[in-house]
Ligand binder design. Sequence first.
Ligand SMILES: Cc1cc2nc3c(=O)[nH]c(=O)nc-3n(C[C@H](O)[C@H](O)[C@H](O)COP(=O)(O)O)c2cc1C
Length: 216
Amino acid sequence: MGQQNTANIKETEKVIEEVFRARHATKEYKPNVTIPEETLNEILELATTAPSAWNLQHWRFLVIRDQDQKDRIKPIAYGQQQVSDASAVVVILGDLEANLTGREMYDGLLAAGFISQEVHDNLISQIEGSYKSQEFARDEANKNAGLAAMQLMIAAKAKGYDSGPMGGFNPTALVEALNIPARFIPVMLITIGEAAASPRPTTRLPLSKLVINESF
Ligand SMILES: Cc1cc2nc3c(=O)[nH]c(=O)nc-3n(C[C@H](O)[C@H](O)[C@H](O)COP(=O)(O)O)c2cc1C
């Protein structure tokens, strides 16, 4: 039984590692591929398992699947063809007022008896105090939504789809085109679909360049 478990864990590790290594930033998609809504929702739901500061879940997903709408966004993404050809373009939004989620969530937990008044008040005071700074709010929106974005791409690969993160777009034009409320900032676009070509090989810096042990 113990051996069986060890074998299963090793197999799971291998599969997870394969998913990580198989993800590449996809720039060419087969057009006219539809991702079933159920699968897309599973991918988005898996993305929401990302951690976030105070569990404020700073991410929102603006999902674009309509061909005309994708074609409208393409020039805003400086003409990058993958926006038109991908099955879906997900605009990852970051919440600049995530403190409001905190209030709602921790009020609920207090009402349900899961946290004490003292814990509730401490958390709310920490959160509201921090969110007085616009710079803090923006950093948190970008940082935490970025974690969900990464999970979304890994989840897509695990479900057999390719993806590509994109920062190459005009944020002002995107906000205007999609009526994005002032509460949210576009953090990045993620295209999802079926790759039409093998990904361009990329390399990574070696750990010897990346890891600093204990201190500089
Ligand atoms: C924040 C961010 C913005 C990016 N913007 C673009 C983009 O606008 N267009 C594009 O083709 N690739 C974009 N990329 C993809 C990178 O070029 C790609 O991830 C990198 O070259 C490594 O490739 P790999 O992920 O396939 O290993 C972006 C990646 C990130 C993380």
